[in-house]
Every structure is written in structure tokens, then in C-alpha cells.
Design a protein around this ligand. Structure first.
Ligand code: FES
Length: 583
């Protein structure tokens, strides 16, 4: 069993296995898109070259020098061949490694189109690159078009099918890769336009070039002269056909071998007792050895979000592991990066990346029909009640400032202010939660639920904010008629914490009495004309020495008891031991 590094009782050899699996998956997730990008670049060059046929075959032959010949150098060939082998090998591996083939429609389309490309392109590749390398053929657009449009016209149909297949395969791959990027929605119409223009021009060029060949082939002696120039004889054509048959057989053989390997694996695993996966729907289902959680859920008809098709890109498949986390393998580099991007909380993993081999319980964190935009949601808590420290910060006098200044100046100052406030939060384990016009709400204790720690961090955060406002005042001396001032309210208590907000703009935030109370405390700083108001609960949780400080109380709407609090003109000192621990 592969376990997390450092787990007591883990043997070094198992740790090594877990590490090597993790590395292999990490390398795959890097090589797969890299090989796709290389192949796509080559295809775009090739199709652009075809579009020159709209002008003339001679121009396409001239363009070949710039668009295709670089790929024919030793280095270019090595890069292209490696990318093709990696991409092809990855496709076969992904068929083998999947524990079941319940794929979504677009995944099926992507896979089947991809597998059709080698047979469709086989005659073209053997007739050009292989024939040039092994049979000393000397191809250019003239000889290739002549072969495909005059000598073996069926090849022209195959060629058109190949172009469409390659382009659709690339288009689907590109769409499902990029649709998780925030900028994609705005750019997609331009990308789609390019995706239409490139093949349409290429195919129009191909037809125009073919027609030119059909016309020129009518001239006596033209065909034989071209074939002689290209060093292509009937014997050469038959050898090219032989190469293609070998290629087709190899492709078919590898596919059969891959499916046979899947069958063999199934047979050997048949008698093993599978680990079980518990889902909050109440279903407990067996996990096939080596299957991911996502595959397991799909196999048993449990719907689960997966925008990127299991490639560790979208994070919509994220789950909270509620039991068995310590027995899971370490996350791969791709999973670590994806989780870091969404500021995942402890216990969160990607269902498409974890392959449990021991009992596991999970809680899906996004709805099964989560759209791509939901991949950008930070955290992803499904909603839970937990003790947190809530901080409200407000910029004093912002209304007067807005009346006296141009909107541009107000925005400039506000943005500088927010930048400093969020930097203060980042530096003290705080979590930016909401924008409140001229202030913000922050949460402490999302990860570390220790009350002393979260309230101590909140006080450190308040001090950091104050320091940063002082520095900002220095920087903006010339811009401000009077220095910026802030009021801070801090309260500690239970709140409902989770990912909330309208679709596409959800963030991890909190609601409940604790939040309302903290907001009320912040507003009281105006009445008390002070910097900070701290609830008695927060002061107690932080272990503050409040001897000598007057305690006040106020009514809070919805509460039967008054709330006790302290008002401060400076940030109180955090007890030494706590401050040390926090640092
Ligand atoms: S399905 Fe996209 S990251 Fe798991």
C-alpha cells in the first residue's frame, strides 16, 4: 500500500513506490500537453502551407521552405517524432490505465478521433517522409497532389478526412484544456474563428491545388515527368503501400495488446478483496485496484463533477477526505499545483488523482454539474460550522474623500489601501472573505481551529494593517488632505463557513451571528472614536491581559444578552507565548 510520506509504520520500499508513481504521473501530466502543443504547432504550419495552394502550387512549394522544412531538419524531426510518440503512447497508456471506459461523450469523441488519426495519415506519412528517407523519393506539393488527385484519387478523400479528424481532435483537446482558464470565455470566440479559418483555407487550398493538378495532368508527358523528378515509380508506390500496411498492422496490434493487457489485469485482480469507498449519498462501493475515486464513482453511476476529464486541471472534482486520508499516496506535482491554486484546506484532494487501496470516505465539495468557472472557487467547503475569528476593517472618512476627489483618485487610493490590507492578511494567516465597499471582512482560523491561535493571528493582522496604513500615509502624503484611518472590529465564535456566492464568483466566507457581531463591533469604533473594538470572547480566547481596561456592553440585534467588549486606541499586546507560537 502506498502511504503518505512520513506515516508511522510505512516501509521504505512502499514509500519509494509511492514516490515513483507520483513522479510518473507528474511527468505524464507535463509531457501530455507539451507533446500536444508541438503537434498542434506542426499541424498549423502544415495547414497554413496548404492554404497557399489557393494562389498556386508553386507558391505552396516556396512556402514549404519556411513552414515545413524546419520540421525536416534533424532537430525538427527529433522534436516532432518524440512528440508524436509521446502523444500516441500516452493515448494507449490512458486506455490501459483506466479501470473502466465509462467516458463522457466528448472524451469518447476525443479518444476515437485520436485513434483514427494514425490509420488516416499512414499513407500520407509513408508516401512522404518514409519514401524520402528510405526510397530516395523527392516529394513536393506537385508530386504529392498528383499522386493523391490523379493517380490514386481515393487518397484525396482520405486526406480530407484526415485533416478534419486531426483538427477536430485538436479543437476538442484545446477547448477542454483552456476552458478552465479565466480568460478563455472572453477569448473563445477569437479562438473559434481561428479554428474555422485555418482548416477552411487549408481545405480550399487543397482542392484548388488538386484541380490545378487535374488540369495540368492532361498535358502529354506531364505525369511521367513529375514522377521521374520525384523519383517515384510503380515499384516505389507499391513499397509505400507495403510500409502503410505495416504501420496499420502495428497500430492495430498495439491497440489489441492494450486491450489484452486490460483484460489480463482484470483477471488477476478478480479474486482480490477490494477496498471500499463511502459516499455521502449512503452508497458504499468497491474500488477496483488502481482506479481513481472519480472512475470508481462513475463506474457505479454516482455523478461527480469533472470539467477537465481527470487531468488535474479544473479542480471541480475536489473532495474532502473524511476518512482514510493518511493511507492515500502523496499528491502528484500536478495535484499539488492545482490544490495550491484554490488554496485547498487540509484533507482536500482531487477525486481524479487519488487511487485508494484502502477504505476511504469522501465528501464532494462542488455539485456534480459544476461549470468550468467553479474550478476557480477557492477552498470549496461544502459548509460546516466551526469556531473562527472574524475581523471587519473599515476606512474612516472615505465618503468625504469621495466627495472631494475625482473618481480616478478615489479608486487609486482605495486600491492601494486594499492591497495593503490583503498583504497584512496574507502575512498573518488571514483569509480575505468579503469586500464591503470601503472596507473588508476577513476570517482567521480557517485551517487552524485553535481559538488562541486564530484570535492571536487576528490581533497580529490588525497590528500589521495599522503599520501598513501608516506606511501608506507616508507614501501618499502629497495626495491626502488628511491621513487615512481605520476602525477594526474583532469577534470570536461559531459560524457557518463554506464556499458561497453567485455561480462563478463564489468565495470561502462565513455567515451567522459571529459575523454580524464583528460587523457591529467595527461600527462601534466610530461611536467610541477608537481604533479597535474586541469582543470579550475574542479577548479571552487570545488570553489578553485586560486588567485596567473598561468593559463595555451593547445590545446586538437578535441576541437576548448584551455583548461585552473592550475599546482600544492601540493594538493590545498579545501574550508573549502566543506571539512566539504564531511566529
Ligand atoms: S476532473 Fe478536473 S481536476 Fe479532477
Amino acid at each position: 500500500m502506498a502511504t503518505a510520506s512520513g506515516t508511522p509504520g510505512t516501509s521504505p520500499s512502499l514509500e519509494k513506490t509511492a514516490r515513483s508513481i507520483s513522479l510518473r504521473r507528474g511527468a505524464r501530466s507535463t509531457l501530455r500537453p507539451l507533446s500536444a502543443v508541438v503537434l498542434l504547432t506542426f499541424v498549423i504550419c502544415h495547414l497554413t502551407n496548404h492554404s497557399l495552394l489557393l494562389v498556386s502550387v508553386a507558391l505552396a512549394n516556396a512556402g514549404h521552405r519556411w513552414l515545413i522544412d524546419p520540421w525536416r531538419t534533424d532537430a525538427g524531426s527529433a522534436v516532432l517524432l518524440t512528440a508524436a510518440l509521446v502523444h500516441y503512447g500516452n493515448a494507449l497508456w490512458s486506455i490501459y490505465v483506466r479501470r473502466h471506459l465509462r467516458l463522457s461523450r466528448w472524451e469518447w469523441a476525443q479518444l476515437l478521433l485520436g485513434l483514427s488519426i494514425p490509420p488516416l495519415l499512414m499513407m500520407h506519412v509513408t508516401g512522404t517522409r518514409f519514401a524520402e528517407a528510405l526510397l530516395q523519393a523527392n516529394n513536393d506539393y506537385t508530386s504529392v497532389l498528383l499522386t493523391q488527385w490523379v493517380l490514386v484519387p481515393q487518397l484525396a478523400v482520405v486526406q480530407v478526412a484526415a485533416v478534419l479528424t486531426v483538427w477536430l481532435h485538436a479543437g476538442i483537446g484545446l477547448h477542454f484544456w483552456l476552458r478552465t482558464k479565466p480568460w478563455y470565455a472572453a477569448a473563445s470566440r477569437y479562438i473559434l474563428a481561428l479554428e474555422l479559418v485555418i482548416p477552411v483555407l487549408a481545405l480550399a487550398g487543397y482542392v484548388a491545388g488538386g484541380n490545378q493538378m487535374l488540369r495540368e495532368a492532361e498535358a502529354p508527358g506531364y505525369v511521367s515527368a513529375i514522377l521521374e523528378d520525384a523519383n517515384i515509380s510503380p515499384a516505389t508506390l507499391s513499397q509505400i503501400h507495403g510500409f502503410a500496411i505495416t504501420g496499420w498492422s502495428l497500430h492495430l496490434g498495439l491497440l489489441v495488446l492494450t486491450m489484452a493487457a486490460r483484460g489480463a489485469r482484470r483477471l488477476t485482480q478478480r479474486f482480490r478483496k477490494p477496498a471500499m469507498l463511502s459516499h455521502p449519498s449512503g452508497k458504499v462501493v468497491p474500488i477496483a485496484p488502481g482506479a481513481t475515486v472519480l472512475e470508481t464513482l462513475r463506474e457505479h453511476g454516482i455523478r461527480h463533477a469533472s470539467v477537465c476529464g481527470g487531468r488535474a486541471r479544473c479542480t471541480t472534482c475536489r473532495v474532502q477526505v473524511t476518512r482514510g486520508l493518511e493511507r492515500l499516496h502523496k499528491p502528484t506535482r500536478a495535484e499539488v499545483a492545482a490544490l495550491a491554486r484554490i488554496q485547498a484546506l487540509p484533507g482536500m484532494r482531487l477525486a481524479c488523482q487519488i487511487r485508494p487501496d484502502a477504505e476511504l470516505s469522501i465528501l464532494p465539495l462542488l455539485p456534480a454539474d459544476a461549470p468550468p468557472a467553479d474550478g476557480g472557487i477557492r477552498g470549496g467547503l461544502a459548509g460546516s460550522e466551526q469556531p473562527i475569528t472574524v475581523v471587519f476593517v473599515d476606512m474612516r472618512g472615505s465618503t468625504a474623500m469621495a466627495e472631494l476627489r475625482l473618481p480616478y483618485d478615489v479608486l487609486f487610493i482605495l486600491n492601494q489601501f486594499f492591497q495593503e490590507m490583503t498583504s497584512a492578511l496574507r502575512a498573518t494567516n488571514g483569509h480575505y472573505s468579503q469586500f464591503t465597499g470601503d472596507g473588508l471582512m476577513a476570517i482567521y482560523g480557517l485551517r487552524d481551529k485553535d481559538p488562541a491561535r486564530s484570535t492571536g493571528d487576528a490581533l497580529r493582522g490588525a497590528r500589521e494593517m495599522l503599520n501598513r496604513v501608516d506606511r501608506l500615509n507616508q507614501r501618499l502624503r502629497g495626495e491626502l488632505t488628511q491621513p487615512l484611518r481605520i476602525g477594526i472590529g474583532i469577534h470570536f465564535g461559531e459560524a457557518i463557513v463554506g464556499s458561497m456566492g453567485p455561480p462563478g464568483s463564489r468565495i470561502v466566507s462565513a455567515i451567522g451571528d459571529t459575523v454580524n457581531t464583528a460587523a457591529r463591533l467595527e461600527s462601534l469604533t466610530k461611536e467610541f472614536n477608537c481604533l479597535l473594538i474586541l469582543s470579550q470572547q475574542a479577548a479571552q480566547a487570545a488570553g489578553l491581559d485586560v486588567a485596567g481596561h473598561a468593559i463595555h456592553e451593547t445590545a446586538i440585534r437578535g441576541r437576548t444578552q448584551n455583548l461585552e467588549f473592550y475599546a482600544f486606541d492601540a493594538i493590545p499586546d498579545i501574550p508573549a507565548a502566543r506571539a512566539l507560537a504564531a511566529n
